[in-house]
Design a protein. Structure first.
Length: 815
């Protein structure tokens, strides 16, 4: 936290910051103020303002150009001042003691005093109330003061009276928030009104002072305003004379000139300051030094297009101006010197006004002094801006990057892609920055590189309304974009926004060959209906659709072809289009980011807990999930990847709902290859990928036509077996109960008897028993044709179930 953080309150820092840059409507909250960067002169038409200032931490940052610092640095940058000059001007403006905070150390006597207690934090309304109360108590300037000011500053008694200049006799004590009497008054109080006549500030001027020569009544009232608030209407047909500071302005008014000034000079003028100058003739009469010329340039830039005509006073040589027009760096002579030191008259000054030169912005010389500006090498990225200053233009480099690198930016994830001639491939941002450094050669700077890289991404953003891989029915293959609906092969093109490619050759005239693949399926899976289901799942994996909500579960004791099938599936989809996130790692948001844009996730490590997680179910269903890349903000997306995994046995899960089991497509591998085996089988199958692709497209077509996977008695039985193995309740029902029609009176059993038998069964088998409520819920879930009723038997009502009875093998006493 800088000097502003030490000596100004949070609300004071916020008020000052708002005068330094254009804030974005509705973007600021709490201590964070958002807006448009004044450092790189960000356009107010930008859809996403990149600049922010935190008044609590006293820190600003631009996410575009990378500029950062505290309020003092921002104030100095905006006012175009050097470090030491800016520090002094800032402290003078807001009545902050220099102390040891000054660059290079403080000066003797410039300390904040011994009182280290915090300042009383007043609101703007409270401050204005105290200021107006003090103003009413300030007396008029004594006659000896008026005489001295007329002699030393050229202020006429008439103007002193007209402006109602007074003597400051009270000050605002920052520690207590109260008004305190000044024992030895030495400052002139200059009232600053707004356009409606309300007192908004009092400027306190001490002639001859070196420190705090002119300050505001309070830090909160220090916003730059016009003084007087508008030009004199009596002189409405005369040019407006824009002066540097209140003292020069009062001197000019005293000599009958239509003068006006800003209570603090600004690099960027607010629109409210332009109003009084609209369609008027304006002459700028700033000091005869470098600072005066720089701020005359800023004022002229702001007034161009507002005024009718704009000219600048050319000070004569007797005011320290060289014969070549050069002026001193600082402490040059001013308008008051013209009248007081050189004893000139209003008529003499009007001669200068008539000879004033048309405003021409300061234009620095060409960097190399060439007749023609160089446009080769790094000079391609330098140009003149709206302020007529020759400097690095990140937009030029950004456009070069987009053209040379063929970039595409996806804002939802923050990923950048590069066109490789067939599809968009993910490109790490550091490669863009590396290209920036090479382009800029020795002129490379971190802020320049980051700004250009940022703008390059913004300029290459995917069009609104489009998404990556959003062309349904199109498949990016090595030789083009195949439309399955039209059976046409198109050329690759950027506007398909394909981010993956299937590593196959395909087209309408393609002759499919995959004999060894079909033989492999007949050897391992064998059943035609189950092979059809595998074919449909392969076709399902070629699409971004998750409409069928299926996860492939390959089952077998080992050495049975499960891994080979999954490796072929991975090769078909393409390794770049696949993820390998273990099921148990899906709860990690960073791991989940690997699934974004991928068609397939294959895992061989299965944990029951992960399979029961909401994330696993959401991925299989294509529901929106959240993920995050390292060092990036979290983002939401709808996964398109299919889940496939292999296991030696059914993974145990606690979720026995139909919803879970409907998401599983179990495939049993029936043949083990315990000895020998074809070591080159996988390579042979990969050689048939183009044929397997055609085979998978047939499965995809059938799946879409059927709107479901092919029905298979074997798969249904396998699923029932899975549910039975997974659920002790289902095992108990099949081992100990018999089921029949509801209207068959022989299938009618007390619930209490069934539950007692279930408890004995669990004790015998070593199962953990469910509560009675959960047990009957599971039983009804497994057997839907059960009906509960409550008849009166032997004078008491008991709960019974229709459609079930205890199996005959159970001893009679247990019935």
């Amino acid at each position: 936290m800088g000097i502003a953080g030490k000596h100004l309150s949070e609300s004071q820092r916020a008020a000052i910051a708002r005068t330094l840059f254009k804030t974005a409507p509705g973007k600021s909250s709490g201590g964070e103020i958002h807006g448009y960067c004044p450092i790189h002169q960000e356009s107010e038409t930008s859809p996403s303002p990149s600049f922010s200032y935190n008044s609590e931490k006293d820190a600003y940052h631009c996410f575009s150009c990378g500029a950062d610092g505290d309020l003092l640095k921002l104030w100095t940058e905006v006012h175009g001042l050097g470090q030491k000059e800016g520090f002094k001007a800032f402290c003078d403006q807001y009545a902050i003691p220099y102390g040891n905070d000054a660059p290079g150390g403080g000066q003797p006597g410039q300390t904040a005093g011994k009182d280290k207690s915090p300042d009383m934090e007043l609101t703007l309304e409270q401050t204005l109330g105290l200021m107006r109360e003090a103003w009413e108590k300030f007396p008029s300037l004594p006659s000896d003061w008026i005489t001295r000011l007329a002699k030393e500053r050229g202020w006429s008694p008439e103007i002193v009276k007209k402006l109602d200049l007074r003597l400051q006799t009270l000050r605002l004590d920052k520690k207590t928030g109260n008004l305190k009497e000044i024992k030895k008054p030495e400052k002139i109080a200059i009232p600053i009104y707004d356009g409606n006549g309300y007192l908004q500030n009092i400027r306190l001027y001490q002639p001859g002072a070196k420190q705090f020569k002119i300050i505001s009544f309070a830090q909160l009232t220090g916003e730059s305003r016009l003084f007087p608030p508008k030009p004199d209407q009596i002189l409405q047909y005369e040019p407006i004379l824009l002066c540097e500071g209140e003292s020069d302005t009062i001197c000019a008014l005293s000599h009958g000139l239509n003068a006006i000034t800003q209570t603090s000079k600004l690099k960027n003028w607010p629109n409210s300051h332009n109003g009084p100058f609209r369609s008027r003739d304006v002459i700028i009469a700033y000091d005869a030094d470098n600072a005066g010329r720089v701020y005359a340039d800023y004022a002229g830039e702001s007034l161009q297009g507002v005024v009718r005509s704009l000219r600048v006073i050319a000070w004569p040589e007797f005011m320290g101006v060289g014969s070549d027009g050069s002026v001193p760096k600082d402490h040059g002579q001013d308008l008051t010197d013209f009248f007081v030191r050189h004893d000139k008259t209003a008529d003499d000054f009007r001669v200068l006004m008539n000879a004033a030169k048309k405003f021409e912005p300061l234009i620095p010389p060409e960097p190399l002094g060439d007749d023609e500006r160089r446009t080769d090498g790094v000079y391609r990225f330098y140009d003149y801006g709206v302020n007529k200053r020759y400097s690095f233009r990140p937009r030029l480099l950004a456009e070069q990057l987009v053209e040379d690198m063929s970039l595409m930016y996806e804002p939802n994830t923050g990923l950048t892609y590069k066109w490789n001639g067939r599809f968009w491939d993910v490109l790490h941002e550091d490669y863009i920055k590396t290209a920036c450094i090479k382009y800029l050669e020795n002129e490379a700077q971190k802020s320049r590189v980051e700004d250009a890289a940022f703008q390059a991404r913004m300029l290459s953003m995917i069009p609104e309304g489009r998404k990556i891989n959003d062309r349904d029915g199109f498949f990016c293959v090595e030789n083009g974009m195949y439309s399955i609906d039209e059976d046409i092969l198109y050329d690759h093109a950027v506007d398909y926004y394909a981010t993956y490619m299937f590593p196959v050759i395909y087209g309408p005239d393609f002759v499919p060959i995959c004999k060894r693949w079909l033989q492999f399926l007949e050897e391992t899976i064998q059943t035609p209906e189950v092979i059809a289901q595998v074919q449909e799942f392969f076709g399902y994996c070629l699409t971004p659709s998750t409409a069928f909500e299926k996860c492939l579960l390959c089952l077998g004791p080992g050495a049975d072809g499960k891994s080979t099938l999954l490796k072929v599936l991975r090769a078909l989809v393409g390794p770049k289009n696949c993820a390998a996130v273990n099921i148990e790692d899906l709860d990690d948001q960073f791991q989940r980011s690997s699934l974004y844009g991928k068609l397939l996730n294959i895992s061989t490590e299965i944990g029951s807990k992960a399979m029961e997680s909401k994330i696993f179910k959401a991925i299989v269903s294509g529901d929106t999930i959240q993920a995050s890349f390292k060092h990036e903000n979290p983002f939401e997306f709808e996964p398109i990847c299919k889940m496939a995994f292999a296991a030696n046995r059914f993974p145990r899960v606690l979720d026995n709902s139909d919803g879970f089991f409907r998401k599983i497509l179990p495939i049993q591998f029936k043949k083990q290859f315990l000895t020998g085996g074809d070591k080159s089988l996988l390579d042979t199958l990969k050689d048939e990928l183009s044929g397997i692709f055609h085979w998978a497209l047939i499965g995809r077509k059938r799946l879409w036509e059927q709107k479901d996977f092919t029905q298979s008695n074997e798969t249904d039985a396998l699923m029932l077996d899975y549910r039975r193995v997974n659920s002790p309740v289902l095992c108990f029902a099949e081992d100990e109960l018999e089921f029949g029609a509801i209207d068959d009176e022989s299938y009618d059993t007390p619930k209490e008897a069934i539950y007692d038998l279930y408890k004995a069964y669990c004790k015998e088998k070593g199962y953990e028993k469910f509560s009675q409520e959960n047990f009957f819920r599971e039983l009804k879930s497994a057997r839907h044709n059960l009906e509960q009723y409550r008849p009166r038997i032997n004078g008491r009502r008991e709960y019974r179930l229709k459609g079930v009875r205890i199996a005959a093998k159970v001893p009679e006493g247990m019935k």
